[in-house]
Design a protein around this ligand. Structure first.
Ligand code: NHR
Ligand code: GAR
Length: 210
């Protein structure tokens, strides 16, 4: 049997995606442990769920550091204490420096609440409504230095419905994020994803046959 993999999850707030990953790992008996949940904010609600489930937690407050480089160095030290095979961004709200991203190249995933390449950055639900899109959704991607532009692992689409607000639309997307993200992370844990030339090959991206 393959060795257990260590997953470190980074959050900034509610942590519902983190919770979905923890529950899936447990219910499906992944060959992985959630080694730690780390937040840049002491008041992140998700820390309570993690602690209640016996998961190690840590807080690295970005406000305590004078520069992004100094924050990222402290964050990397906290992460590396748990020897991660995979770092999972789950509603993590700080842009990461190129040096930090390089350290975890090929082993750091993010879930972004839009159908990338539409709407990188913040306020994606408002942007999808303002653009009049009929579809919106979420994307799991490997993290690279360029924000929300890393190789895409999987996406889910949801309809934009008449009368939607950012709140109703984000709730519809979030429900699907909780299916999408655990499945993508499981693929990584099971060594089913390969990245070549910025392209992910995996269960939803078979290699061309000729
Ligand atoms: N870092 C890199 N280098 N690359 C990515 O793809 C990243 C990343 C860090 C976070 C998540 C991302 C998202 O899915 C993510 C992807 C924060 C911001 C942001 O503007 C934008 C995108 C994402 C996360 N943050 C502000 C900042 O100045 C702070 C906002 C706040 O604190 O509320 O860092 O959407
Ligand atoms: C999720 O919708 C996630 O995709 C998004 O924030 C929400 C976090 O919810 N991520 C970002 O916007 C990253 N900048 P959660 O804390 O309940 O998982």
């Amino acid at each position: 049997m393959a060795a257990m993999k260590n997953i470190v999850i980074l959050i900034s707030g509610r942590g519902s995606n983190m919770e979905a990953v923890v529950r899936a790992a447990q219910a499906e008996q992944w060959p992985a442990r959630i080694a730690a949940v780390i937040s840049n904010r002491a008041d992140a609600k998700g820390l309570e769920f993690a602690a209640a489930h016996g998961i190690a937690t840590a807080v690295v407050p970005n406000k305590d550091y004078a520069s992004r480089e100094a924050f990222d160095a402290a964050l990397a030290e906290a992460i590396d204490a748990f020897a991660p095979d995979l770092v999972v961004l789950a509603g993590f709200m700080r842009i990461l420096t190129p040096g930090f991203v390089e350290r975890y190249a090929g082993r750091m995933l993010n879930i972004h609440p839009s159908l990338l390449p539409h709407f990188p950055g913040l306020h994606t639900h408002e942007a999808a409504l303002a653009a009049g899109h009929a579809q919106h959704g979420a994307t799991v991607h490997f993290v690279t230095a360029e924000l929300d532009h890393g190789p895409m692992v999987d996406q889910v689409a949801v309809p934009v419905l008449p009368g939607d607000t950012a709140q109703t639309l984000s709730a519809r997307v979030l429900e699907q994020e909780h299916v999408l993200y655990p499945r993508a992370i499981r693929w990584f844990i099971e060594d089913k994803l390969q990245v070549e030339d910025g392209q992910v090959y995996g269960p939803h991206h078979p290699r061309p046959t000729h």
